[in-house]
Design a protein around this ligand. Structure first.
Ligand code: BGC
Length: 418
């Protein structure tokens, strides 16, 4: 009798423990991302704090590697073993890919309550939805057609922001002669692709960019204009230092911050590194649009997709999605990250001059219908074509291939990837 009672009590205790473990678990949201640089981590803490305020603990699953290739690989493995995180940072077509496999949690209710449909620009919504339903929530809008420059070097050499690509080439010459590295670059395929975004836009403008990179029109891909984009890549290759291979993007940014190099062509997450180092735009560094792309806006939007992880976890995932879209979070997060809010109703107060410029560039591009997605960051063409173009661009950048041959290879690679 006594023994039986002990067994019953022990069983009840175990059940309690199990219950509280579940309870603890559902009060926690696991978030996978690749924001591991100084500026990125600081921005993320804004979101973490908000989630905490909503009563949920943040389980952090960072996977280092700019551009997110490594994180996407880990995600695929976790999905394959039926253990996805609650939320994952995603770019472009990935959201639709996972939604179509039936793996993502539908966010329609949260979106309707929050009025997302009217707050978020249409080109951004395109990557939050599949078949008319919301599966992801955007936290930011970056753009890739930027140059970040060391102001002291520019002042010393009496340089002003180059307005044409030829001017950039002439400036690079002066910079090298003065003993500085003209262009800080990290030799990783995604970073070369990021530069290629700008080169294509500069060579042909938004319509050409759309024909080639979004519509994958063989005529545009195989054109003389595309050859010009590769010519620019060749010239840029001549501006980097010999140790560029494999360098992380934020280390390249440090070279500009420390005055070893004069410029970096990179999305405005680079601004988060300047800010994190206590540097101010217009004082320590300059932000300028890549020559020939003034007023153009090649966007990258970081979104979080929520995975179906069981009924008991839904409340946490909804709370997380709400936190991402919180007006205050979008203001503070983006001021630190270097991007601009994905909500159109966040005022520009508190954003620095580069942020204010980005906001007005995006609004102008929205009006004229020329806001185009970044090829490099998966928002122009589907994954298979993106990978094929990455290979062509990186091969070109790291060889002596001619622009004419690269263009031919580009057409074939894209055709084969479709
Ligand atoms: C993301 C940015 C991130 C950058 C470097 C991009 O793909 O959109 O948010 O800062 O990679 O890691």
């Amino acid at each position: 009798m006594f023994k039986k009672r002990i067994v019953v009590i022990a069983a009840a205790l175990l059940a309690c423990q199990a219950l509280s473990a579940v309870a603890a678990d559902t009060k926690q949201v696991e978030v996978m991302h690749w924001w591991t640089s100084g500026g990125e981590a600081k921005a993320l803490s804004v979101l973490k704090d908000q989630l905490k305020q909503e009563g949920y603990a943040w389980k952090d699953s960072p996977i280092a590697g700019g551009g997110g290739e490594a994180a996407r690989t880990v995600l695929r493995a976790r999905v394959a073993s039926n253990n996805p995180p609650d939320a994952m940072q995603m770019l472009g077509f990935s959201v639709q890919d996972y939604a179509q496999q039936g793996l993502l949690l539908n966010l329609d209710n949260v979106a309707a309550k929050g009025g997302w449909a009217t707050l978020i620009p249409a080109p951004i919504q395109r990557f939050s939805k599949d078949d008319g339903h919301w599966y992801a929530v955007p936290i930011d809008v970056h753009s890739t057609n930027w140059i970040w420059a060391n102001k002291k070097i520019f002042d010393e050499l009496k340089l002003t922001p180059p307005q044409t690509f030829d001017e950039l080439v002439a400036d690079a010459d002066k910079i090298r002669k003065a003993g500085y590295i003209p262009l800080a670059h990290g030799g990783q395929p995604w970073q070369e692709a990021t530069i290629f975004d700008s080169a294509v836009m500069s060579a042909g403008g938004p319509k050409f960019y759309t024909d080639a990179m979004v519509n994958l029109d063989p005529k545009a891909l195989g054109s003389k204009t595309m050859e010009k984009a590769f010519d620019q890549m060749r010239a840029l290759r001549g501006m980097v230092d010999p140790n560029f291979s494999g360098r992380d993007w934020n280390l390249a940014t440090s070279m500009v911050i420390n005055g070893k190099a004069a410029m970096q062509i990179m999305g405005d997450w680079a601004k988060g590194e300047f800010a994190n180092a206590g540097k101010k735009p217009g004082v320590d560094y300059l932000c300028m649009r890549y020559p020939g792309t003034q007023g153009d806006f090649i966007f990258v939007t970081d979104q979080f997709a929520t995975f179906k992880a069981g009924d008991d976890r839904q409340a946490g995932e909804y709370a997380f999605a709400q936190a991402v879209m919180d007006k205050n979070v979008q203001a503070k997060f983006n001021q630190v990250k270097g991007s601009i809010p994905a909500r159109l109703d966040v005022p520009s107060d508190g954003f620095d001059e580069c942020g204010v410029k980005s906001m007005s560039d995006m609004r102008a591009a929205l009006k004229s219908g020329t806001m185009v997605g970044s090829f490099a960051h998966g928002q122009a063409m589907p994954e298979a074509s993106k990978t094929a173009v990455y290979d062509v661009v990186t091969h070109f950048f790291n060889s002596n291939q001619s622009s004419a041959d690269a263009v031919k290879q580009l057409v074939t690679a894209v055709e084969n990837s479709k």
